[in-house]
Design a protein around this ligand. Structure first.
Ligand code: ADP
Length: 253
């Protein structure tokens, strides 16, 4: 079980404050979700936890120890992460997944397992094939959704203590999205995980939700607690629910 604590955490880019005085403590055996509008500081918070950025003030503790006390290697290898910007590497399909854990030689059985988890088993027979046609004429070109699922397979490959997914379903259709939410939940069992998502339909079943606005943590709790609070989360949720209802009504016409 990993416990993450942020104390008075702040960071700015180019003189503009992005993450302001954030305080929380979470047990990551739980399944957490960070929500908020674009630019509210969600990805920055994850990058601070992984020490991709250093805070301007405040500190982050993992299991009671400041993250600076861990080697960068041990800190980062604890997390299986899928960031928003997906890299389309021109390497073999198998390498593209196994770079999720460079501490060990590629394990083909685990590569296949990770592909299966993200519903890409149709690529099992092509593990040695080069991705993209940049260097090989017969390289495989993937669709946007397949690239996104491949990036997820990379995060799921390896024995990480915790999974972090940043907007993992933006290029996926609703069926693939549902599959990702379910796989993530299953893979988080006993590990813990953090998901950043705009799609609040997939957020409802998480254990704990943190709502960021303008770099501040403004609300936190379960879906039901946040709806009762009738604040920012409830407003975002109702906008999405309204859109969904309108879409259903148009479809019925
Ligand atoms: P979110 O994930 O909630 O969409 P981000 O954490 O990515 O938000 O960004 C928060 C703010 O910080 C945004 O205004 C964004 O433009 C800015 N920002 C993010 N990364 C950088 C960077 N490397 N340099 C300068 N500004 C950045």
């Amino acid at each position: 079980m990993v416990q993450i604590t942020c104390k008075n955490l702040s960071l700015g880019y180019e003189g503009k404050t992005v993450t302001q005085n954030i305080n929380f403590s979470v047990n990551c055996g739980d399944y957490l979700c960070i929500v908020g509008e674009n630019g509210s500081g969600k990805s920055t918070l994850i990058k601070l936890i992984m020490r991709i950025y250093e805070p301007e003030s405040g500190e982050i503790l993992i299991n009671g120890r400041n993250i600076k006390e861990y080697s960068l290697r041990s800190l980062r290898s604890a997390f299986g992460v899928c960031f928003q910007q997906i890299s389309q590497y021109s390497v073999s399909l198998s390498e593209s997944v196994s770079i999720g854990d460079v501490s060990r030689p590629t394990d083909e059985a685990k590569v296949k397992e990770a592909l299966n988890t993200v519903n890409l088993s149709e690529l099992d027979a092509m593990l040695d094939k080069q991705l993209t046609k940049r260097f090989e004429e017969d390289g495989i070109e993937l669709s946007g959704g397949q690239w996104q699922r491949l990036a997820l397979a990379r995060a799921f490959y390896g024995d990480h203590k915790m999974l972090i997914l940043d907007e993992p379903t933006s290029a996926l259709d609703p069926i693939a999205e549902d599959m990702v939410f379910k796989s993530f939940r299953r893979l988080c069992d006993g590990h813990g995980g953090i998901m950043i998502s705009h799609h609040l339909s997939g957020v409802m079943s998480v254990d704990y939700i943190m709502v960021l606005e303008g770099g501040r943590l403004i609300e936190s709790g379960s879906h039901e607690e946040l709806l009762k609070l009738n604040g920012h989360y409830a407003m975002l949720y109702n906008i999405q629910a309204e859109k969904f209802k309108k879409g259903m009504a148009e479809d019925e016409k």
